[in-house]
Design a protein around this ligand. Structure first.
Ligand code: IZC
Ligand code: ZN
Length: 426
């Protein structure tokens, strides 16, 4: 339906990355097609895109309509709002007290096995009030937004009791209601075996399946269920049981798969019809082919590999095999304490062998599909939500190239300017 007026017309855009075309996700060679036009404009009404493309076409499409506000992009690069499909956003405390262990070369899983790592954050999260968790997560969400994210997935998994998991999920719900960034919630009660269940993981798995999953569902606090399928954490069989139960309850499925050891997580994600599988550093060709054939999106997390000084996911091979790849910070207090998707852009180019065009695809349309939002966000096309980012850059390659700084000038969420001149609009 044609609107009666335009709320915001952004004109004089240098390069406009539209990602228009297929509903997504983009697989393999399609990931290079970003639908970029030079000399663009975007017209927005009621938080939705009315027209996006070459400025002359957009002006023609909205001719005769009153325009409430215009924004001169002054030749800047514009992309769809970045979509962050994998974070452990809500948690208490931080883990710099373990940094010296990590620097000495103590492996991530050893720190966990000694009662640190995730379990250290579990203690801090249990001890924190809901308001404290909210305040801490809000600051991180502000940073994610300042670095260009307009939608963010957030996992629980630092409570590991029913009440503490619900507490984390309620914080994510409140953030979604109060912060400009939109949140998508994932229940991850199977993130670690809590200390009080040490040596009794089977009993904890039963608690997750019989008590936590049904109650999270009853309260409508999460859309997805995720499991840390890893040596010494949850086995492939335990992961299968949890995800199978979640699927029956109507959750979408995600899986931390083959991050450190090649356990067969990729194959399990394909078997269960997960929307995405994450990490995949150790995934075999056979596992990746199974994911491709089942349409599971591969979410790569190069900041985690960088920070753990671990091997890199084979994103180049994945794309060449025809998979759809998405990218994420994996923001969490242990393996990846960063909110910068722009740092991830650089690491994806340098360490995963991706091109800047593939990186933008992986952070927009493919990331949107990895959280079930491909119909509403991830591209700039008529009818889609008006989420976009203006950068102090001329072209996509400049973003990963000039690294370690923030290029974002303006962020627009649902048609509202929420960041301007690199600052949050109060
Ligand atoms: O807190 O260490 N990998 N879970 C699985 C994490 C990293 C988060 C953490
Ligand atoms: Zn994770």
């Amino acid at each position: 339906m044609k609107p009666e007026r335009i709320d915001l017309l952004i004109h004089n855009i240098g390069q406009l990355v539209t990602m228009k075309g297929s509903p997504g996700p983009r697989r393999g060679a399609e990931m290079s097609d970003t639908g970029t036009v030079s000399g663009g404009a975007v017209a927005i009404a009621d938080g939705v895109i009315v027209a996006a493309g070459p400025e002359a076409d957009v002006r023609q499409a909205v001719a005769g309509l009153r325009t409430e506000r215009t924004l001169d992009a002054e030749g800047r690069l514009v992309t769809p709002g970045l979509v962050e499909p994998h974070t452990h956003l809500v948690h208490g405390g931080s883990r710099e007290h373990e940094y010296h262990l990590k620097l000495q070369g103590v492996p991530y899983l050893d720190i966990l096995a000694q009662g640190g790592g995730i379990l250290s954050t579990v203690r801090a999260t249990r001890a924190a009030s809901e308001d404290q968790l909210y305040e801490k997560a809000r600051k991180s969400l502000d940073l994610l937004m300042l670095f260009g994210a307009t939608t963010v997935e957030a996992k629980s998994g630092y409570g590991l009791t029913l009440e503490d998991e619900l507490k984390q999920l309620r914080v994510a719900k409140r953030l979604n209601e109060t912060h400009p960034v939109e949140l998508v919630s994932t229940f991850m009660g199977a993130h670690a075996v809590p200390e009080e269940y040490k040596g009794r993981s089977g009993e904890y798995v039963r608690l997750v399946i019989e008590e936590m999953l049904p109650e999270v569902k009853r309260q409508g606090l999460a859309e997805y269920c995720d499991v840390f399928c890893e040596h010494g954490v949850f086995s492939v069989e335990e992961s299968r049981q949890i995800l199978f139960a979640a699927k029956k309850l109507g959750f979408g499925l995600k899986l931390h798969a083959d991050e450190i050891e090649p356990l067969g997580g990729a194959r399990l994600a394909a078997e269960l019809g997960c929307v995405s599988a994450e990490h995949l550093l150790a995934a075999t060709d056979e596992g990746l082919r199974a994911m491709r054939d089942a349409g599971v999106i591969a979410v790569c997390l190069p900041a985690t590999s960088f920070n753990l000084r671990a091997p890199h996911a084979r994103a180049r091979d994945m794309i060449d095999m025809g998979l759809a790849v998405a990218l994420s910070t994996d923001y969490n207090p242990g393996s990846s304490p960063t909110e910068s998707l722009q740092l991830v852009m650089t690491l994806a180019c340098l360490n995963l062998g991706m091109t800047p065009e593939e990186v933008i695809t992986a952070m927009t349309v493919n990331a949107a599909c990895a959280i079930g939002r491909g119909d509403r966000i991830g591209s700039l096309e008529p009818g889609k939500q008006a989420d976009l980012v203006l950068y102090n850059a001329d072209n996509p390659a400049y973003l990963p190239y000039h690294f370690g700084i923030n290029h974002v000038d303006t962020v627009i969420k649902r048609g509202e300017i929420v960041v301007s001149g690199g600052q949050i609009v109060q």
